[in-house]
Design a protein around this ligand. Structure first.
Ligand code: NAD
Length: 288
């Protein structure tokens, strides 16, 4: 196999929680980085978050003021894609909706030459299915980063059915260049992280529903007894209960195994708009 060139010019599409984090670590790693979104307002918010995150890095002596300045100089934000700028790798991080992602990949496929590799940061949508919306399935891959991106070390690299060895190697070397550890998996529903995590969270929801113990007690048991840094209910609130429900539904539907059926209390809480931290209320209540 020819060793592919490590990507040097990265376009990140979607400047939300994940896209801003990916663009930040990319700019810090010295890649020319473009971050795009649908409006200037969203880009301004993303830049604000990136600045604050870098500022925190400097105040904690994790990076120097020079590193901060270099990172910001490597970053460009805009609503247009940088055609003709020599982008060699694109990471998509728009909301988790198949039709939206498919539409964006069809447009990216038209806008960029066939040599450019595409990755999706999807948590649960089939990489093979997204790849099929383009004419470059061998150059298409999943790169599943974890939140918060500047802190979390893992990138789960997901090979679609037709992903080439070169693209898998390019994505892994990109992840390493961004200071992450890459672990390559095959394209199966939920990949590995969510397939292992969601049944644990779901079991904690059932334990609450059955009155085995309260959320505080369940979290204490898992933290102190199983040595997890966060309890499952605090973690579910952090991830978002709507996101947990979406992923469990994907696992349940696509693997067809009743062990993935979403707990009724989760469904009810999502219907009530109690989505966890982001709405101020989930299994716990959050001030501010
Ligand atoms: P988010 O809602 O915070 O950000 C998505 C951004 O995409 C928004 O700023 C939105 O304006 C933008 N967007 C929408 N349509 C667009 C378009 N046509 N072109 C460009 N930008 C567009 O979402 P997020 O939490 O960052 O999640 C993004 C992806 O990452 C999803 O697929 C999600 O499943 C995945 N993911 C999320 C997490 C997490 O913990 N949040 C972790 C791993 C993976």
């Amino acid at each position: 196999m020819n060793q592919p060139k490590i990507p040097e010019k990265l376009l990140v599409v979607g400047a939300g929680t994940m896209g801003a984090g990916i663009a930040q670590v990319s700019a810090q790693a010295g890649l020319a980085t473009w971050l795009t979104d649908v409006s200037r307002d969203r880009l301004d918010r993303a830049l604000d978050r990136i600045r604050k995150s870098l500022e925190t890095g400097v105040s904690r002596a994790k990076i120097t003021a020079d590193d901060q300045a270099r990172a910001l100089a490597n970053l460009q934000l805009g609503v247009e894609w940088p055609r003709g700028a020599g982008v060699d790798f694109v990471i998509e991080a728009v909301p988790e909706r198949l039709e939206l992602k498919a539409e964006i990949f069809r447009a990216l496929d038209q806008a960029f030459g066939p040599e450019v590799r595409f990755a999706s940061n999807t948590s649960s949508i089939s990489i093979t299915q997204l790849a099929a919306t383009t004419a470059r399935a061998p150059r298409f891959i999943g790169m599943h980063f974890f939140n918060p991106v500047p802190i979390m070390k893992l990138v789960e690299i997901i090979r679609g059915l037709d992903t080439s060895d070169e693209t898998a190697a390019a994505a892994a070397s990109l992840a390493e260049k961004l200071g992450k550890t890459a672990v390559v998996v095959r394209d199966f529903p939920g990949f590995v992280a969510n397939r292992v995590l969601m049944p644990l969270l779901n079991e904690a929801f059932f334990a609450v529903m059955e009155g085995v113990a309260g959320p505080q007690e369940i979290d204490s048991i898992v933290k102190l007894g199983l040595h997890h840094p966060m309890g499952p209910l605090e973690l579910a609130d952090f991830v978002g209960l709507d996101v947990c429900l979406d992923v469990l539904q994907v696992l349940h539907r696509e693997l067809g195994d009743p062990k993935y059926r979403p707990c009724p209390i989760l469904v009810q809480m999502v219907r009530a708009g109690r989505l966890g931290r982001k709405t101020g209320r989930g299994f716990f209540t959050y001030e501010g």
